[in-house]
Design a protein around this ligand. Structure first.
Ligand SMILES: C[S@@+](CC[C@H](N)C(=O)[O-])C[C@H]1O[C@@H](n2cnc3c(N)ncnc32)[C@H](O)[C@@H]1O
Ligand code: SF4
Length: 455
């Protein structure tokens, strides 16, 4: 078997800091799919055909932000009110058409995610119309319906409009609570304002409030990170994500670092290196867990059962996700779909003569043939992301094939192995995306025979 350090990590007395040099990518994956031309007839046929999936989701993309934050590559369009209201009108028309189709009606949706951009920047009335459009789809009594965004500008009118129209989960990007770090990153509110607002929202008896934190931001020292974790625990939030800053080409932090600069605070140019970030992850994980927060994945914890994180966990299992909006992505009958981001093209695709009652408008973008190894890959992605890869549902021939890689991970301090499961160590959880990438590299260089892939 071929084994390389990018698959196995390297032996080191401190695997948390040194098993890999740098996080490989935000997500791991291999496609195995080919681009597909989808005629309008085929598109309509897809929407007229019941689903074969037993779990599924809606993903609705709202690609507007008021400001471009220094660390982020998700900024797509400035939040001009008229532009947003035109978009929301078309989007809700599309949702209404889609909801009536046999594809939509054939099976309830387990989770709905309204992501962006900054969906919380739309008006309270638009939140209400969107919530009502979502309710036209078959939902379960406990379907998770998430609205993503930020606390700034999410006033009581928006909050009540969202609650009254079915939203039951709110995912807010906080990034850091530290006022100076926030200012340097282009965020609006100070620490006190954020904490007061979170404490107020999280008093709701059933809604789940989740916050995102990033470690590795310019100016964010270990001491500030420790205060960030403390503030998250005191904020009342029911769930928290801890994301390592990913250096994505083109964002302001990345452009500055190309010139050898750090976009630090007024008083600090500090930016944590990879080893310090590993320690930041370890600190956050152990602080949360020692305060009874439960780990749901390598980067997500909850302090309360109301937080379920259904969308994130099912999305990693390769379920059907019907995508809506410019820049939205998902899958229909096993075909990967990525809607193009261009707003003008997206609107043009929905002019009256192109619309049909049989399917939502086919917007520009990319479609892929079904990935033959999607179900197989999902088992490993999900298992490694959760921290435990259970062997119960994996063919013994496949396990035998992967044994050399699993043993190398064990030797390098990334996992422990017994006859029932591979369990990631703290270091393994920190490096789990590298391990997923490594596993796919291993399978590419040491292919399984096709019958095993199908199992
Ligand atoms: C699509 S963004 C939406 C955030 C929301 N609009 C806000 O302003 O907070 C979702 C999350 O991605 C994470 N994110 C964005 N850029 C990142 C980066 N470069 N590295 C790691 N996480 C990042 C942030 O934590 C952010 O909250
Ligand atoms: S963090 Fe949010 S508001 Fe800032 S650029 Fe990214 S998506 Fe837009």
């Amino acid at each position: 078997m071929i084994l390389t350090p990018t698959m196995t990590g390297i032996a080191s007395p401190d695997p948390l800091q040194h098993a890999f040099k740098v996080k490989s990518a935000p997500h791991a994956g291999r496609s195995g799919s080919k681009p597909l031309q989808v005629s309008n007839d085929l598109w309509i046929q897809w929407w007229q055909q019941p689903t074969g999936a037993d779990k599924r989701a809606l993903y609705i993309h709202i690609p507007f932000c008021r400001k471009r934050c220094s660390f982020c590559n998700f900024f797509e369009n400035g939040a001009k009110p008229e532009r947003i209201s035109d978009y929301m009108t078309s989007l809700c028309q599309q949702l209404t058409i889609a909801a009536k189709t046999p594809l939509a009606q054939s099976q309830p949706f387990d989770t709905v995610y309204v992501g962006g951009g900054t969906p919380t920047d739309i008006k309270a009335e638009e939140i209400a119309v969107l919530g009502k459009a979502i309710q036209q789809f078959p939902l379960r009594a406990d379907t998770e319906i998430t609205l993503e965004g930020r606390l700034n500008g999410f006033d009581d009118d928006k909050w009540h409009s969202a609650l009254d129209n079915g939203f039951n989960r709110f995912s807010f990007g906080v990034q850091s609570f530290d006022t100076e770090v926030r200012k340097a990153a282009g965020r609006f509110d100070d620490k006190q304002t954020l904490i007061e607002r979170l404490q107020h929202l999280s008093k709701h008896p059933t809604a789940s409030i989740v916050i995102d934190l990033i470690f590795g931001l310019p100016g964010q020292t270990m001491e500030i990170w420790q205060q960030d974790i403390q503030a998250a625990m005191e904020s009342g939030a029911h769930g928290v994500d801890l994301y390592q800053l990913i250096g994505l080409a083109g964002n302001r932090i990345d452009k500055a670092s190309e010139k050898g600069k750090v976009l630090g605070t007024d008083t600090s140019e500090f930016q944590a290196d990879s080893q310090t970030r590993a320690n930041m992850y370890a600190y956050g994980a152990s602080k949360l867990e020692s305060n009874d927060w439960q780990r749901l994945s390598s980067c997500h914890w909850r302090r309360d059962n109301r937080e379920r994180s259904i969308y994130n966990s099912l999305a990693k299992s390769g379920i059907e996700i019907l995508p809506f909006g410019a820049g939205g992505g998902g899958s229909i009958h096993g075909h990967g779909i990525m809607n193009a981001r261009d707003l003008k093209e997206w609107h043009q695709a929905q002019t009256a003569e192109k619309l049909s009652e049989l399917a939502p408008a086919q917007v520009p973008g990319m479609a892929l043939s079904p990935n033959p190894s999607a179900a197989f890959d999902a088992v490993f992605k999900r298992g490694l992301d959760s921290g435990v890869l259970e062997f119960g549902n994996i063919e013994t021939t496949v396990l035998a094939h992967l044994q050399p890689l699993f043993e190398a991970w064990q030797q390098n301090g990334l996992a422990t192995l017994d006859d029932k499961a591979l369990s990631l160590t703290l270091a393994g959880r920190f490096w789990n995306v590298n391990m997923q990438t490594g596993l796919f590299e291993y399978l590419a260089k040491n292919p399984l025979i096709p019958e095993q892939i199908a199992s």
